[in-house]
Design a protein around this ligand. Structure first.
Ligand code: ZN
Length: 288
């Protein structure tokens, strides 16, 4: 297992292959979010960092490294780097998002906050990424948990049924993403998934835990034993300890847990790359 120091060293090596490592390091230092990103890097779960790079194309690895250091050619960075417009020859000055034409085109906006990317008309891109990860988690849970467990999720696939089946008898409008039900032992494993920017992981962990406290209480009142997990998968591929703890709860050994965590990391990166590549395209075709 690579230490956090080693992980960063590997990342630095990748970045060194890029055109101007000093320039990029300078940006990392100046990045106002660098403190929270550093905290997210330090809070990574125990997963196979080297395996993380396997099965990924060069474009995906480059995207993973450059997105973590916020050195991708977003509208905001292009203006900051004083890149010239190839037609007029003068410096670019417009740093608004090329999709909504309203907000500043930062990496965080493009990967998580653009209202057009979020909307149905824009292809519900963030939901697509979220559901890809959720579907993989559900399938994995079906393999890992024994036959006493029924897997429900908030999707039309990848489980034994929909969470609504269970929630219909409760007084709630909430719909957690995943519930594993063990009727025999009257136990529930409830999981809510968020795929945020790494700097927002802590915020979402607290928000989602508070949001579902009442539903957990309702389950307990009718005699269920409940384990609740707020799980975050960083949209740039970082997997916090909370996610690893959840995967371990599904019954996996250490090795399988690390492999699956790396798999989720790759899915997040592949989906985010797709979202990034479509940052100025109104059309969005749902991929495989
Ligand atoms: Zn936008």
């Amino acid at each position: 297992m690579k230490s956090s120091y080693m992980k960063r060293k590997i990342l630095s090596k990748l970045l060194a292959k890029e055109s101007d490592a000093d320039h990029q390091n300078c940006l990392i230092t100046k990045d106002v979010q660098s403190k929270s990103l550093k905290a997210a890097l330090d809070n990574q779960g125990d997963y196979d960092w080297m395996g993380y790079f396997l099965n990924m194309s060069q474009a995906e690895v480059r995207f993973a490294a450059n997105s973590l250091t916020d050195t991708l050619p977003t509208p905001q960075r292009l203006v900051q780097w004083k890149v010239s417009d190839f037609r007029s020859g003068s410096h670019l000055v417009n740093d608004t998002c090329q999709l909504c034409h309203k907000e500043r085109g930062t990496l965080g906006h493009i990967l998580g906050y653009c209202e057009v990317a979020l909307s149905k008309e824009g292809g519900s891109r963030y939901t697509w990424r979220h559901n890809k990860i959720l579907s993989n988690i559900s399938q994995y849970a079906m393999e890992e948990l024994d036959e006493k467990w029924t897997i429900l999720n908030d999707l039309s696939q990848g489980g034994d049924g929909n969470v609504r089946n269970l929630l219909s008898s409760f007084n709630t409008a909430q719909r957690p993403d995943f519930i594993a039900v063990n009727t025999e032992e009257k136990s529930l494993i409830v999981m809510e998934l968020t795929v945020p920017m790494e700097t927002q992981i802590e915020h979402w962990h607290t928000t989602k835990t508070n949001k579902y406290a009442d539903l957990v209480r309702q389950f307990e009142e009718v005699g269920y034993q409940v384990e609740f997990f707020a799980v975050e998968i960083g949209c740039r591929g970082l997997i916090p300890k909370s996610a690893v703890t959840f995967i371990r709860r599904l019954g996996s050994g250490k090795k399988r847990t690390r492999r699956f965590a790396a798999q989720l990391s790759q899915i997040a990166i592949k989906c985010s790359l797709r979202i990034f590549q479509s940052r100025s395209s109104k059309t969005w075709e749902v991929g495989s």
